[in-house]
Design a protein around this ligand. Structure first.
Ligand code: SF4
Ligand code: SF4
Length: 355
């Protein structure tokens, strides 16, 4: 039986929920190298709820410190290409301060590992992740246009530094295969404990949208598949329909079957929770829609001219060079676009959405 904790919390008392997570999922940290992996995504402010909140990171750092580990590292690999964005992203979100001196740019050093040759023969993973004795993942409760939700499994995509994330998007080529990539990256080093910041979550056009939702919960587990199944259920999405969870179960990483999950707390569907466009059951139940997605003829990015500042970041970061700067806003080459959602994720003005 897998266990998932659902505990009411706000950012003032979040340390109580963190304490409870460590009671339910005890970790032996004394003398160990511990890595904390928040979800940072890109440079943003804490109030945008794009990244794991500093209050959560501070609470976990305090708890881990008290357990006398040999070392603590707080790190992530935000962005799709840029190595330089790491410090800036942590600083702006307030995570450098929350990390209490333990922040490191984990994108500076990596270890090469064999990967699935269908996508790439090898990938490089941050050395700090692979050499940690204990990895604690701190995901954010958010939707994601490509994977429907970003929780425990998707948070591990950030163990890849630099441009590999974009290269794997390109190698996957379509949303269905990208789900498999995400799970296979996760399987390179499954974290030991997951504590999700579900205090202020995101619905609708995530993972960098503007529809924030006061959920008021911390969700934790030592199994990512069970945890993501619970989050999907809360969002109103059948976990069995999510390809990345199917793949994770096939790989023996856990179970999304709620019958096999003991929930400590109250599991309730969040009323009227907005899934991403074409997300959830609509996307995964309907073969016609799946075919359309696979043939990549439907969703294309569109910049909102009222929000776009013409900064060109999306043009620079598109992994297949499908964007070019038009008169006012970026324009997409329909033939080249692989609907990877990278431009939507990376846009600092939240001007880009896939329609
Ligand atoms: S990143 Fe956003 S603001 Fe910058 S050019 Fe692209 S759509 Fe416009
Ligand atoms: S235009 Fe946007 S969605 Fe299309 S391939 Fe480029 S980054 Fe991905």
């Amino acid at each position: 039986m897998f266990k998932v904790m659902i505990e009411p919390a706000n950012y003032e008392n979040i340390h109580l929920a963190v304490e409870k997570a460590f009671e339910i999922f005890p970790q032996s940290l004394s003398g160990k190298k511990v890595l904390l992996k928040p979800n940072v995504l890109r440079s943003s402010e804490a109030k945008e709820a794009i990244a794991t909140n500093p209050a959560m990171v501070r609470a976990v750092v305090n708890k881990v410190e008290s357990m006398e580990p040999a070392s603590i590292v707080v790190g992530d690999n935000p962005g799709l290409f840029s190595y330089g964005a790491n410090e800036e992203s942590f600083e702006k979100t307030g995570l450098t301060e929350a990390a209490k001196g333990y922040y490191r740019n984990i994108g500076n050093d990596s270890i090469k590992l064999d990967f699935n040759p269908d996508f790439m023969p090898s990938v490089s993973v941050s050395r700090a992740v692979m050499e940690a004795d204990i990895v604690i993942s701190l995901p954010k409760f958010k939707t994601h246009g490509l994977t429907v939700m970003t929780g425990a499994i998707k948070n591990s995509y950030g163990i890849l530094p630099g441009a590999q994330k974009a290269a794997l998007h390109r190698a996957a080529g379509n949303p269905h295969r990208f789900h498999e990539v995400v799970t296979q990256v996760f399987s390179l080093r499954p974290p030991d404990l997951f504590i999700v910041d579900g205090v202020i979550g995101m619905e609708g056009n995530g993972p960098a949208g503007t529809d924030l939702r006061n959920i008021g919960l911390v969700i934790a587990s030592d199994n990512a598949v069970a945890l993501d199944a619970v989050i999907a259920t809360m969002m109103g999405c059948d976990p069995a329909k999510l390809r990345f969870l199917q793949k994770a179960q096939e790989l023996g990483l856990g179970s999304y079957d709620l019958e096999k999950i003991e929930v400590i707390g109250q599991l309730k569907r969040i009323e009227n929770f907005k899934l991403p466009p074409l997300g959830g059951e609509a996307l995964f139940n309907n073969e016609n829609i799946q075919n359309i997605m696979r043939s990549r003829t439907m969703l294309r990015p569109q910049a909102d001219p009222d929000l776009c500042t013409g900064c060109g970041t999306c043009v620079e970061q598109c992994p297949v060079s499908a964007l070019s700067m038009g008169d006012q806003v970026p324009e997409v080459d329909q033939e080249k676009c692989i609907t990877c959602f990278c431009c939507q994720e990376i846009c600092p003005e939240q001007a880009m959405s896939l329609k």
